[in-house]
Write a new protein. Sequence first.
Lengths: 331, 331
Amino acid sequence: MTDRCLDVLAIGNAIVDVIADAGDDFLAREGMHKGAMRLIDEAEATRLYEAMGPGRELSGGSAGNTVAGVASLGLRAGFIGQLADDQLGEIYAHDIRSLGIAFTTPMRSDVGASARCLVLVTPDAQRTMNTFLGAAQRLGPDAVDPAEVADAQILYLEGYLWDPDEPRRAMIKAIEAAHAAGTKVAFTLSDSFVVDRHRTDLWQLFRERRVDILFANEAEIMSLAEHDSAEDAALAVAAEVPTVVVTCGEQGAFALSNGHRYAAAAEPIRALVDTTGAGDLFAAGYLAGEARGLGPERSLRLGAIAAAEVIQHYGARPEADLRTFAGDLLG
Amino acid sequence: MTDRCLDVLAIGNAIVDVIADAGDDFLAREGMHKGAMRLIDEAEATRLYEAMGPGRELSGGSAGNTVAGVASLGLRAGFIGQLADDQLGEIYAHDIRSLGIAFTTPMRSDVGASARCLVLVTPDAQRTMNTFLGAAQRLGPDAVDPAEVADAQILYLEGYLWDPDEPRRAMIKAIEAAHAAGTKVAFTLSDSFVVDRHRTDLWQLFRERRVDILFANEAEIMSLAEHDSAEDAALAVAAEVPTVVVTCGEQGAFALSNGHRYAAAAEPIRALVDTTGAGDLFAAGYLAGEARGLGPERSLRLGAIAAAEVIQHYGARPEADLRTFAGDLLG
């Protein structure tokens, strides 16, 4: 372990989630794929919002949720993401700072409205996401301070941000800074459609040994490797990425790390309420373990523990102090 | 029962709740009285927000919660309240309309920001409220359409709005319209400090027979009658108000109605999470019973049922369809 200011510094979409219950018939009528994320423009966001039920607003965003989990586990986290200078922006900034997370990206008034994700939770606790990226996709390279990256043990990048041009350039700048400083780079694929759109340049990134730890779910890793088996897909990716972590929903997760395979079962839960944030919190637990040098097996267990907490309530960030669940694992 | 467009039309503060967990030590440090509501200005709202933990935003406001309950019980409800033309205003308007509640008060851009209530929930599930009224207290008489009041069976008024001058005039206008049309007037005292500031004109309102149903908790009814027994206080008020309904927390509630006393026990619950909205939802159940002509005893039971649902989750509006809990009571 090095003595750096931050354990994990994340770059991600700064998004407020608007969470509402919805029936399967609503999803069908709207032609939505259950469990998927799709990007929508402002007009569609307005139309869909009017059609859906009453919401509860909670800060979200994949990497933001992950650093919330990292902070809840007692580690030092930072976040880089673009907000507009509006009320949703104030809510997001408040929520992330109140968790003790270093967040210094200035709000901007020239980037439209702050991002929001209309999350529809069906009775089976699945979440279907409709994201209006707004200001979040205007994150530019100026928001990345190479000195902050150099002062972090792990840089964590949200794949969703690989789509828009400005944030991708910001992330590439951060990767270069990490490479120069010996900061590990972790990347989450986020979405199989993102993978599909960027398969070539993602593989190039991996071949250049720019990514140390890759997070994916089964659909994402299969899309990346164009294999119809998650295990085979992970093996193929592991030829280029030192550690590949694959989450498999209620089947748990496995990791291929430097030639070894590790696995962890899902943690038992009392009641499944809302799966939003499961993958984000799994990454939080794993990254915390990685930052503390616990090795893949214990890191996977920490991931499973953090994910189990977040799926038992609405919202994608921990409500409980995750340290109480982590027990002796974190020492 | 008359054939009117609305069962219940409410006038209240249009407020978005910002709900955060807090320890008793935080309340002590801030000098807050647990369980109370206090009004704060914008500067204090900003300062306190920075000091508190991450929030979840949900539409609230006492009378707004009550009509949400009325709608959840399957009755027709309307709401009058002032929002600013901002993101919190959009959230509030969306949430109330998506419940099928008639809400037509135009947003205004000349009234500051939309109201918010910083709600601190302690581990004992008590809520302590800090309200920045903002636009809500700028509700004026122009927002009240006498024809809409005349078309409602019951007009429901939120005592919190008796403090600021413009909304009080709006409510007096509505009371006059109700009186002319045979619309029943229900009033909730909201807060013992409001009662203390307006004891004289409230009594005058009652003596003029302008209020048909009064809702209060024990502290409020004792403050109103300046008695140290809730029963004696209710008796004194019942001399001027046909129906007086007093909620007594986990002891249930009682009503004095046209010379008779009725009582209901609190509904059993599985787990107390957040008492925010308990009184508001009790009023919802009672008003639904009243609108359906069920009589005080069954109306009290409906109140207890609606309150029990809302205290078992965060937020002050029902998450479940209250009709499934009301069973045969509503017919």
